[in-house]
Design a protein around this ligand. Sequence first.
Ligand code: FBP
Ligand code: MN
Length: 645
Amino acid sequence: MDTKYLDLLTEKYTSEEKVVTEIINLDAILNLPKGTEHFVSDLHGEFHAFQHVLRNGSGNVKEKIKELFHEELSKKEMDEFATLVYYPEEKLQLVINTFENNQLLYKWYANTIEKMIRLVSYASSKYTRSKVRKELPKQFVYIIEELLYKKDELDNKKDYYSKILQRIISLGQASKLITGLAYTIQRLVVDHLHVVGDIYDRGPHPDKIMETLMDYHSVDIQWGNHDVLWIGAYAGSKVCLANIIRICARYDNLDIIEDAYGINLRPLLNLAEKYYDDNPAFRPKLNAKREEIGEENILQITKIHQAISMIQFKLEQPIIKRRPDFKMEHRLILDKIDFDSNTILLHGNTYQLENTCFATLDPNDPAKLLPEEEQVLEKLLFSIQHSEKLARHMTFLMKKGNLYLKYNGNLLIHGCIPLNEDGSMKTMELNGKSYSGKKLLDVFEQYLRESFSHPEISDDLATDMIWYLWTGENSSLFGKKDMTTFERYFIKDKAVHKEQKNPYYKLREEEETCRSILQEFDMNPDHGHIINGHTPVEEINGENPIKANGKMIVIDGGFSKAYQSKTGIAGYTLLFNSYGMQLVAHKRFISKEDVLQTGTDVLSVKRVVDRELQRKRVMETNIGEKLLEQRDDLQHLLEYKYKVR
Ligand SMILES: O=P(O)(O)OC[C@H]1O[C@](O)(COP(=O)(O)O)[C@@H](O)[C@@H]1O
Ligand SMILES: [Mn+2]
């Protein structure tokens, strides 16, 4: 071992006792049960539903309450108590209003604090004291620790403890303490959160989800295709930018652009007013009642939707032409239009075009942007790249995000690993080199990071590559042959709307495929699982989210309201604790108010995916590996410096 490094370590561990203490400490941590991992995916802007899942730890909070209190509380009381843990501020207000005098209220406070402390104690049993201390509400740390670690076999301190409680209450601190303890419990039941992609698009509040994640104690993100679209826009890709605005218009979510991120849509609106009119194919999917939104507003969104869609279609063409490696020539859709007959030639068939809005298209050069379209784009890009909030959110996505993640033996990826029909890894040529499997994903990520660090460049390969990740056949995030956006707007025949999926989605049902993918990523196929989001699991049609003999778990059940009729549920989440994995199916989340009123939440069928024969310990985790290294280094130090054999 490098003695220089050991000498450096000596500066921190200045005595034999210090080294020994740290070794013992690390050993103790390594032998603790592993913390609970929580997996969610495809949040699609549904902040309230996501927040609920986060607050109840996918049912983990209720589970702990049941284990601890089932003999002393009724189901209704346990539900009420759980609601208090999820939404302490609001629930406290509701409860307090039901009491007629302080005496009764104080009794409730004392009783509730006592239960909360017991729950904290129970939920923290697998953590070290120092870790628990960090999670406690700051101003009450000392008091809570007194109550938490009380050992009073001889009854000597009984009065002392009840005095503490009484004083907290009489000093008017009870609500604050209960609130703090509730958040501590929420944090303790989940040690680490994985977001397996698609925070953005379709739903109304991706920005609030981002803020929540930025505040969260421990999180990583596997980018989804919608997330990279936003990253692309911020990194300078105009076609990605057009896409995010188009999707916001389509889902009546332009507020995200204008209000949440402060991007001025006025120039786009002016252009839209000039060239477009009402058009049934571009009316937004409404979030609220028509009367609430107003006819004028709907018409405006319809026009913006057309203006930005046409810009998007134009922008796609030169990219396809300058990037032969993308092999997307068949998507040079504007060149296939016959403007005289208003038809298009696709896959050898001629289709009538309907609901067209081609006022800005020059039949001789349909991809050419009008100068005013160019100006609008420049302004939008400037605005997007100067949104302070978007900058924070995108930087966080880059910092915590990757295309895939290997974590505690599992492979987390939003979409797919592009495969051929025979299960072999599909190859993509880039600049004369072939890439497939892990190497392909690594090179995709390199380009994405390169583009992000050069937001001033809009047309290099790195920037175009982000768009490819959104829509390309070999993209691990898209995983379909073609994105048929144009067809869905303008052609009636549903057959041409179909987006053919990569063979991966069929082959992932087979254990053999999953094992070979895990091996491709240097992972142990006997223990590992692949965890996917992206494709809604149609439970309604009998689809099983657990595939390939348990090697594959798909957790996109559709937080996105737009997909709930297709899936029949409102999303899956996954928990992985020291005993194994549990899949949780969520019923539709109505509202926080509903949870507060009825006391019941939208849970959730649990399915055990895996039951570890032996409880998994920290030692067997990614973090454990690092701690083991540290411990070994200290062992060396002990021998080197203090000559202990
Ligand atoms: O439901 P919409 O708005 O028509 O969007 C459909 C498009 O979204 C996609 O499904 C991608 O989004 P997802 O990642 O959520 O599946 C495309 O494949 C498809 O073209
Ligand atoms: Mn997706």
